[in-house]
Design a protein around this ligand. Structure first.
Ligand code: B12
Length: 313
């Protein structure tokens, strides 16, 4: 393997931090599977070159796809160096340290897919983020992907922003990829099926946080519930117009920030026959008195179950 003699490379600790694994894990991988620093000579400290780190990242990506460690290492070792995309290794400062953009999001207790997503997001590797999301949806479904993969990463991104006012670029990249992957599930025949009263889904005026309600739309699609997803910041008159035109079986209004939760949105809905059910979804509504007969939806799982049942009534 080619090795750049003048670049000192990363220490075991720095490489472990970069990959979000324990230093002992790196030593185990080296000992068991022969995937370690390529220039390690006895008596010298281990230093991982950019190419070594890229190889470890390939191994990790195979691991988060459920491949066994032995097979993941064999695969990573088999890929010729030029075929390892340079961005997998991430940018490095001249002294071999990863730049701040490559910092790993802290995801204690999260599962392997979430950690993989966090790493890919921190590296602004949108191809890997999208691939991981699409694969998780394929293997585990929308609800598990939302709860176990997307939520932990968004939570960590939000916490970092609250603590340090940094990472907005990561937040936007994850948002774009989640929107694309969940959005790709919408638009099938079920969404706009003629003669079926749909469920209308929208975020209230002023609310730009749409990912949870988009996840709900995608999950309903998978469950075969016809719906129309109307997105962020929907004005009250637009909601009323949509309700008049589609005679929905139910309307779900999403609010994440308490300041956007306006129960007036629910009371100004046009009266339809048969009656349309209304649901207030999301943490924004906590502590807000709701009009009579408006249901509360407090998680993706309960929302899917409650709406699916309401559609059947
Ligand atoms: C992504 C994001 C954005 C994106 C949104 C993109 C999009 N299309 O959705 C963008 C960049 C637009 C954005 C903008 C802003 N954001 Co923002 N954002 C986030 C982030 C990182 C994730 C949001 C999300 O999807 N959360 C959902 C999941 C990940 O969170 P959760 O707690 O696990 O959610 C659970 C509950 O919602 C619950 N739940 C309860 N009821 C229901 C019902 C249903 C049906 C479902 C599915 C779930 C559910 O289950 C959820 C999970 O399933 C959060 C951080 C966070 N922890 O949420 C900040 C966060 C929500 N944002 C915040 C802020 C302050 C802002 C801005 C004001 C920043 C600014 N200065 O511009 C603007 C406001 C924009 C607006 N007017 O709406 C604050 C909100 C604080 C508050 N007031 O409550 C947060 C919490 C960040 C922080 N740590 O302070 N943001």
């Amino acid at each position: 393997m080619a090795h750049t003699a003048h670049v000192p490379g990363l220490t075991v600790a720095a490489t472990a931090r970069r990959l979000g694994v324990a230093p002992g894990t790196l030593r185990t991988w080296d000992r068991r599977y022969g995937i370690g620093p390529s220039d390690h000579a006895p008596g010298r400290h281990r230093r991982y070159s950019t190419a070594d780190v890229a190889r470890l990242e390939l191994m990790q990506r195979a691991l988060v796809r459920g491949v066994s460690p032995a097979d993941a290492a064999r695969y990573a070792l088999s890929v010729p160096e030029p075929e390892r995309a340079p961005h997998h290794a991430g940018p490095e400062a001249g002294d071999g340290r990863p730049r701040a953009g490559g910092r790993v999001l802290p995801l204690p207790g999260a599962d392997g897919r979430a950690r993989g997503l966090g790493r890919a997001a921190s590296a602004l590797d949108s191809v890997a983020v999208s691939d991981l999301l699409a694969e998780s949806v394929r293997c585990a479904g929308v609800e598990t992907t939302w709860d176990e993969v997307v939520r932990p990463v968004l939570g960590a991104v939000g916490a970092r922003w609250a603590d340090t006012a940094t990472g907005v670029e990561v937040e936007h990249l994850v948002t774009a990829c989640v929107s694309a992957v969940f959005g790709s599930l919408l638009g099938g025949a079920g969404d706009g099926a003629r003669g079926v009263r749909p469920v209308l889904l929208a975020a209230v005026p002023g609310e730009q946080h749409t990912l949870p309600i988009l996840a709900l739309a995608a999950a309903l699609r998978v469950h075969g519930v016809a719906h129309r997803y109307l997105g962020a910041d929907l004005p009250a008159d637009a909601l009323a117009a949509a309700a008049r035109r589609t005679a929905p079986v139910a309307v779900v209004l999403w609010s994440l920030m308490p300041e956007t939760a306006d129960p007036g949105m629910l009371t100004t809905m046009p009266r339809t026959r048969p009656r349309c059910r209304t649901f207030a979804a999301g943490p924004g509504w906590v502590g807000t008195a709701l009009p009579q007969r408006t249901g509360r939806l407090t998680s993706l799982g309960t929302a899917v179950a409650t709406i699916s049942a309401a559609v059947l009534l």
